[in-house]
Design a protein around this ligand. Structure first.
Ligand code: NI
Length: 163
């Protein structure tokens, strides 16, 4: 299990850098990120959330396999948007309805260095967009109007100790 980075933290608002080489250490990192995500009962985890400022994330929605996205690029977004309640392992206990496109196409590399293209919709598309935002230093609470965000965050306290 890798220690999680909790909001507020500079690493969560800083854009991540492209991974230049996919090798055995990438496989080890993404395997550990998947374990950390599963142990934390999350459905997505991005590099910056474990202090790795690299453009990669892992996701696993119910009844699906874990999926790894390295240097992802969203190449298409559906015009249709919908609201869904989101949370984030880096902001425990905070949830809010966020509007996002309902479907997308993403291109990325897997941990073996193989490029792939995926069409996603529903929860999978939503998680991919949420995690991809982490690579840009964007959190889901950033989409909320300032006053609503302040109200929502009033009772938030970051966990005292990293896990
Ligand atoms: Ni998150």
């Amino acid at each position: 299990m890798i220690s999680l980075v909790f909001h507020p933290d500079e690493r969560l608002v800083t854009p991540a850098k492209p991974l230049e080489k996919i090798d055995a250490s990438t496989q080890e990192l993404t395997t550990r990120m998947i374990e950390t995500m599963q142990n934390s009962h999350g459905i997505g985890l991005a590099g910056p959330q474990v202090g790795r400022m690299e453009r990669l994330f892992v996701v696993q929605v119910p009844e699906d396999e874990p999926r790894v996205f390295i240097n992802p690029r969203i190449t298409a977004l559906s015009p249709d948007v919908g609201k869904y309640e989101e949370g984030c392992l880096s902001i425990p206990g905070v949830y809010a309805d966020i509007k996002r496109p309902l479907a997308l196409t993403v291109e990325a590399w897997d941990p073996r260095g193989k490029a792939f293209t995926l069409d996603a919709e529903g929860l999978l598309a939503r998680v991919i967009l949420h995690e991809n935002d982490h690579l840009e230093g964007v959190l889901f609470i950033d989409y909320l109007p300032a006053r609503r965000r302040e109200r929502l965050m009033r009772s938030y306290r970051p966990p005292g100790e990293a896990m």
